[in-house]
Ligand binder design. Structure first.
Ligand SMILES: [Zn+2]
Length: 356
């Protein structure tokens, strides 16, 4: 009943349902997968199913209307404990796990989980951003993981298996989550009202790598402007690489004033460039590119040979990926973009040996 609200992750939910039916639920699970795909939501929905008074646990479903369901939805269910890394912090504070110094062990998630349930027949804890647990917090959690209170279930939500400390990782049953399908992301964007234009929603979904969180960032007006201006600029790159590089640097600087922000913006720009080259390649492959000015120019420079044009697009994509690597290696943004534009111009004019 409630699961039709969720997109994707059917296999993971089935796995959990079977575990409940066999009375074989683990005491701790690590939900692992990219951020923004719904891992925490799945954990909260499982908790709702186990707390719902209208359904038996083995059905793993929830009515959405009983008092327990409403409390879970409102975040006020007394037996559902949730902590996560506070906004702006890099680590999940120890006091959320084990209480403040003066009340260590007498407050915090581990203590609360050990108390008798108030309205349900068990307590459930969700630790979001579990990859931000530092060693101290992880140690505080170990005893709970080793001797869990009867019936309790802990969900540790993490953006990567390697991101969890080994001591924690080895004590949780891992459940791996995949990115959402592009169609699901596009539909969710429309459903959530983040965007009403279907094409814009689809464009953001295509670039989101299956993450709703990334899609939301992509719908930011600044990034949208970046994507559209980049599209204009890329057409001029073969003729004027220096002018294009200058314009792109200016564009990046207009979006962010500090170096980390500019680096991030440049990263987005490179992701957009890869997508645009890929789009051209796909449209050429489908023979749909006849009226596209960029493809027309590209073909003109290749004596109308679509195979050569496709090779040059593939080489362009490789070069952009390389630029992204340089960016991650802390190459200054202007240097990175100048080198990229120069090489892209040469690739498109057939002056640079192509990869492979
Ligand atoms: Zn219910």
């Amino acid at each position: 009943m409630i699961w039709n609200r969720l997109r994707g992750h059917a296999a993971q939910i089935d796995m959990f349902r079977r575990a409940v039916q066999r009375n074989r639920t683990a005491h701790a699970y690590s939900f692992i997968g990219p951020s923004g795909i719904g891992k925490r939501q799945v954990a909260a929905m499982i908790a709702q199913c186990l707390f719902c008074t209208k359904f038996d646990d083995t059905e793993l479903d929830a009515c959405g209307t009983c008092a327990a369901c409403r409390q879970v939805a409102a975040g006020t269910h007394p037996d559902l404990l949730t902590i996560g890394c506070p906004t702006g912090k890099r680590e999940l504070p120890l006091e959320l796990v084990a209480g403040p110094p003066e009340r260590r062990g007498r407050e915090g998630l581990c203590h609360d989980l050990s108390l008798k349930p108030m309205s349900a027949d068990r307590r459930i804890a969700i630790i979001d951003d579990a990859q931000t647990l530092n060693e101290e917090s992880a140690n505080a959690l170990l005893k709970t993981l080793e001797e869990p209170p009867p019936g309790s279930i802990l969900f540790l939500i993490s953006s990567g298996a390697d991101a969890l400390l080994p001591t924690i990782r080895s004590r949780c049953q891992p459940v791996h989550f995949s990115p959402l399908a592009e169609d699901d992301v596009a539909e969710l964007i429309l459903e959530l009202g983040w965007e009403s234009d279907r094409d814009q929603a689809r464009a953001a979904a295509q670039l989101s790598e299956g993450s709703l969180e990334t899609a939301r960032e992509l719908l930011d007006p600044g990034l949208r402007k970046l994507r559209e201006e980049l599209h204009q600029r890329l057409g001029a790159i073969a003729k004027d690489p220096v002018g294009t590089a200058d314009a792109l640097v200016e564009l990046v600087e207009s979006q962010a004033s500090d170096t980390p922000g500019q680096r991030q913006t440049a990263g987005w720009m490179l992701a957009f460039a890869v997508r645009q080259f890929r789009d051209l390649l796909e449209r050429m492959g489908r023979g749909e590119a006849g009226n596209d000015a960029q493809v027309e120019q590209l073909l003109l420079r290749c004596d109308g040979d679509p195979k050569v044009a496709a090779d040059r697009l593939v080489a362009s994509i490789d070069r952009v990926v390389q630029a992204d690597f340089h960016l991650q290696q802390m190459m200054p943004v202007p240097l990175c973009l100048a080198g990229l534009c120069d090489d892209l111009s040469r690739i498109q004019r057939g002056l640079l040996p192509l990869a492979g």
